[in-house]
Design a protein around this ligand. Structure first.
Ligand SMILES: Nc1ncnc2c1ncn2[C@@H]1O[C@H](COP(=O)(O)OP(=O)(O)OP(=O)(O)O)[C@@H](O)[C@H]1O
Ligand SMILES: [Mg+2]
Length: 225
């Protein structure tokens, strides 16, 4: 069966100027096609450039050169304002640490994310918290949630605007085995229901093996995908 491409990046390069004389080349020409509805793991040693790549795909950072074509749109030709709109509409983020706002309840944390796209609908936040199995915890603040529960709220927050791609940077990195497993199961369940596309940086070998595909990054290049 022919797979539909969601986006394609070509020859993405990124370097950081360390001193006047020294530049660190982090991404050295990344080419990748990502297909609709897939869950792909990104693996590689510490310092290989995984988070840097995720930041660029998340349009949180621009590369030095290279193209990002998302459903026919040349993303890096967008103005900063267009880029912010694109990001809010199309991209969901899940990080290693949940980064929930401590003063707000679970449901408020999810609602705040939905405000960015002009939708404050509490019903929607309630529905998505139910999807992640937390309807009974929606009035808890982050300090009143377990690590696994907090990460589920973060997943609900990532999904609230129905993004087409979810970028996760070590989403189970801070969880014990049991909670990690339940977060992994949840991601697969959600994909089944909503057919979203996930790119997940992980050091969890078992998680990577369960994904549809493993993308290996070594020294700023993709060595296998
Ligand atoms: N803002 C920055 N300025 C300078 N160097 C940076 C910057 N961000 C990242 N780097 C360097 O770029 C390289 C790649 O970093 P990156 O965070 O992408 O690695 P990673 O593959 O995610 O590693 P890990 O598995 O440890 O999270 C590292 O050597 C890092 O020190
Ligand atoms: Mg990283």
């Amino acid at each position: 069966m022919e797979k539909d491409i969601l986006f394609e990046i070509s020859d993405i390069k990124k370097s950081y100027k360390i001193t006047k004389q020294n530049t660190l080349n982090v991404l050295k020409g990344i080419n990748l096609k990502v297909y609709k509805g897939e869950i792909a793991a990104i693996v590689g040693k510490s310092g290989a450039g995984k988070s840097t790549l995720l930041h660029i795909l998340g349009t949180l950072d621009r590369p030095d050169s290279g193209q990002f074509i998302f459903e026919g749109n040349d993303v890096f030709s967008f103005s900063d304002k267009q880029l912010a709109e694109f990001r809010a509409k199309e991209i969901g983020f899940i990080f290693q640490f949940h980064h929930l706002l401590p003063e707000f309840s679970a449901i408020e944390n999810v609602q705040i994310a939905s405000m960015i796209s002009g939708n404050k609908d509490k019903k929607n936040a309630h529905r998505i918290l139910k999807e992640v199995g937390l309807e009974e915890r929606e009035n808890h603040k982050p300090s009143e949630l377990s690590g696994g529960e907090a990460q589920r709220v973060a997943i609900a927050r990532a999904l609230i605007n129905s993004p087409r791609i979810i970028l996760a940077d070590e989403p189970t990195g801070n969880l014990d085995t049991e909670n990690a497993e339940s977060v992994i199961d949840l991601i697969f369940e959600l994909r089944k229901k909503f057919n979203q596309t996930y790119l997940i940086v992980t050091h969890n070998e078992e998680f990577a093996q369960r994904c549809d595909r493993i993308i290996k990054i070594s020294d700023g290049k993709i060595t296998d995908s």
